[in-house]
Design a binder for this molecule. Structure first.
Ligand code: AMP
Ligand code: GLY
Length: 421
């Protein structure tokens, strides 16, 4: 199989790494890719959101499968363009990608499918937001309706801050606050059958102790040692399958990766958000433990044959990713900072670097994005994986980058209480 991966982040580097391990993938390309993907794939300077350019490249390369990484090309209809050209594509249509592209659309689907989620109000003015937050009470949750790279949400008990955020986020959704630990569950689907990956937990806030603003994600780990028995089965039965069925019923079948972000609240599980693609950075940890051939799985989903694929097979143990972001992120990040260190281009079995926002300046690797690098470690348990990940972080010489020091710490110490389902 000849595969083209679209995107240039850490998720795409992780997808390329896992595809490269699949013996059925004989040629691997990325557009545009990054310095990390260049070590196992051929990078092409093509804009992932330009459907015509992607189709031309896919034809020229003779690819059998296009895997779309980020949400922006999906919402822009790139998967539609690829399929119209007769090439298999892993990723939903523009219409189905609205499950991420519009929080209001996602709420409508969940209501129709009877999927549990936070109560919410759609607001087009700050006055409406003020009325809605007063109705729900603190902590206040205000979300921009459209795409915002993980940064469109505020959760705060400061009423003035909630209203100030709303000013720049209209139209906005105001939601009831959901307590309890969060879970990210990814499901591969061909529009009918859905197959879960291993669950993960993501760290959305910029700073230790879940302080600071929301980001795209500062770290993750998998699996969840505290997860209640039957968690994945319950999410598949109560959330993923009903959503996949409802999307098909509407005439906009969802094929690709359905990402369910959930809170395990004291009143049961609730959807916090859906995404229409693999999560970043959870994917980097999750795929590092995948033993099934990823190319075959994604191709089966893209061609409506997912029911022929059995349950996915996972390596034992735990995986952790610690994200290094440029100082200033999620605001305006410092760019161009030099990155040096012993592990930059080497990778061993258990610890590897994932490039997210890097560039080459001559022979130097430099920061060129918000989230710049991820360190992924796999080990027998979470404690050991954390220790290995942070040892590798400490071996890097990258003064313009910062990371959280508490990724997976509470889970490794057994401090997350197992919620009841
Ligand atoms: P979203 O972009 O909708 O995933 O929101 C980003 C993050 O904000 C989530 O991962 C949660 O940590 C937090 N969040 C969103 N909605 C809620 C809610 N209703 N209650 C509590 N926290 C929330
Ligand atoms: N890690 C959160 C996301 O990918 O949206």
């Amino acid at each position: 199989m000849n595969v083209l991966v679209l995107g240039n982040g850490g998720r795409e580097h992780a997808l390329a790494l896992a595809l490269h391990r699949d013996p059925s993938v004989v040629a691997l390309h990325c557009a545009p890719g990054n310095p990390g993907t260049a070590s196992m794939a051929t990078n092409h300077a093509v804009d992932a959101s330009d459907g015509a350019a992607v189709v031309a490249l896919a034809r020229e390369l003779g690819v059998n499968l296009v895997v779309v990484g980020p949400e922006a090309p999906l919402v822009a209809g790139v998967a539609d363009a690829v399929r119209e050209a007769g090439i298999a594509c892993f990723g939903p249509s523009a219409e189905a990608a609205q499950i991420e592209g519009s929080k209001q659309f996602a709420k409508q689907v969940m209501v129709a499918a009877d999927v549990p989620t936070a109560a919410s109000v759609y607001c087009t003015s700050v006055t409406e937001v003020a009325a809605a937050i007063d109705e729900f009470g603190p902590p206040y949750v205000v979300k921009q309706d459209g795409l915002a790279a993980g940064k469109g949400v505020i959760v705060t008990s400061d009423r003035a801050a909630a209203l100030a955020h709303a000013e720049g986020a209209l139209p906005a959704i105001v939601e009831e606050y959901l307590d309890g630990p969060e879970v990210s569950l990814f499901a591969v689907t061909d529009g009918i059958t859905a197959l879960p990956l291993q669950p993960a937990q993501d760290f959305k806030r910029a700073l230790d102790g879940d302080e600071g603003p929301n980001t795209g994600g500062m770290g993750a780990y998998t699996p969840l040692p505290w997860a209640p028995e039957g968690l994945v089965e319950a999410i598949m039965a109560d959330v993923v399958q009903p959503t996949v069925d409802e999307m098909r019923r509407r005439g906009t079948p969802f094929t690709g990766l359905l990402y369910a972000g959930l809170a395990l609240t004291s009143r049961g599980l609730r959807v916090v958000e859906f995404n229409c693609r693999f999560g970043d950075p959870e994917t980097q940890a999750v795929l590092s433990l995948l033993e099934s051939p990823l190319g075959e799985v994604l191709d089966a989903a893209a061609t409506g044959r997912l029911s022929e694929v059995g349950e996915l097979v996972w390596a034992p143990g735990s995986a952790v990713i610690v994200v290094l972001a440029a100082n200033g992120y999620p605001g305006v990040p410092d760019q161009g900072g030099r990155i040096a260190g012993p592990r930059l281009f080497a990778s061993d079995d258990n610890v590897h670097l994932v490039h997210a926002g890097t560039a080459l300046d001559g022979d130097d690797l430099v920061a060129s994005g918000g989230r710049v690098l991820g360190v992924v470690a796999r080990a027998a348990d979470l404690d050991a994986a954390r220790a290995d990940a942070y040892a590798a972080v400490d071996a890097l010489d990258a003064p313009s980058l910062f990371c959280r020091r508490d990724i997976a710490a509470r889970a490794a110490s057994g401090l997350i209480e197992t919620p009841t389902l």
